[in-house]
Design a protein around this ligand. Structure first.
Ligand code: OAD
Length: 246
């Protein structure tokens, strides 16, 4: 399943960047966005749920939709793909996970260097001052209000039309430009700027690989494309590059 040249590139790499998307959490029972039958965007309209305008139009609907997704994430456990990435970081000199996922499962699996490009669904911030809020008064108001500025609370995730957190994006760009190996795992590679990181990595000389059961538009441009679920391919890659010692 894993090309031997990819295994060698992983063994030789000083800095590995792994961009992950919803597919990495699919085996933890968190739905992806664009899979035809099961993806969230097959059932829900992102323009009604995942934009600042949608929130202002119908804050209750958006708050409750994210509360539902938060409960899915709260029940989820890291899968062998998340665990293999955390283990891989103990073998290579430097490994940075750049994730579009908001579920926090990379941290839960033990990955330490994680850049969350699209925020984290477990965090809440206030609309007006963008302050992260840990607790608030439970009243009948949905969404609840910020205890300090009284503006509505919202999930601390990036919605369509919003900029990514600048410091996080800067660090992701820097990591991509400096890595030797860039792995794109479980993402449809349709949402920018995340989908552009691989081109930056390539321009600065990195080898690139995709892991996805369904090849994306970027697959042909990669040095390797592994057509397998990440929960199988990542443990196989780890075992091939760094076999367990008896
Ligand atoms: P998508 O839903 O667009 O793509 C998920 C990808 O995962 C697809 O290419 C699947 O083929 C692949 N996949 C499915 N099961 C897999 C598995 N077991 N192992 C590996 N890959 C698998 O999700 P993203 O690319 O993450 O943003 O979407 C990017 C952004 O668009 C999200 O962060 C979200 C979404 O709208 C916002 O909400 C702002």
């Amino acid at each position: 399943m894993i090309p031997t040249t990819l295994v060698s590139a992983l063994r030789d790499a000083k800095l590995v960047v792994v961009l992950t998307g919803a597919g990495v959490s699919a085996e933890s029972n968190i739905p992806t966005f664009r899979d035809a039958m099961t993806g969230l965007w097959a059932r829900y309209d992102p323009q009604e749920l995942a934009t600042p305008e949608a929130f202002l139009r119908n804050p209750k609907l958006v708050w409750e939709w994210y509360a539902w997704r938060r409960s899915l994430c709260a029940d989820a456990k890291p899968n062998p793909g998340h665990e293999a990435l955390a283990a891989l970081a103990t073998h290579v000199p430097n490994l940075i996970v750049v994730t579009q996922n908001v579920d926090g499962l990379h941290h839960m699996a033990g990955s330490r260097r994680v850049l969350e490009l699209h925020g984290n669904i477990k965090r809440t911030k206030c609309l007006k001052e963008k302050r992260v809020v840990e607790s608030w008064c439970e009243t009948d108001q949905v969404p609840p209000r910020c205890p300090q500025c009284d503006s509505m609370l919202r999930p601390d995730v990036v919605w369509f039309g919003e900029p990514l957190p600048k410091d996080v994006l800067d660090r992701a760009n820097q990591a991509a430009a400096n890595c030797d190996l860039f792995l794109s795992v479980g993402t449809s590679s349709q949402v920018y700027p995340a989908a552009g990181l691989v081109y930056l990595a390539r321009r600065f000389g990195a080898k690139t690989a995709e892991i996805n059961p369904d090849a994306t538009v970027q697959a042909e441009e990669m040095d390797w494309a592994v057509a397998a679920p990440s929960g199988e391919a990542l443990p196989a890659l780890l075992a091939a590059a760094f076999p367990p010692k008896d």
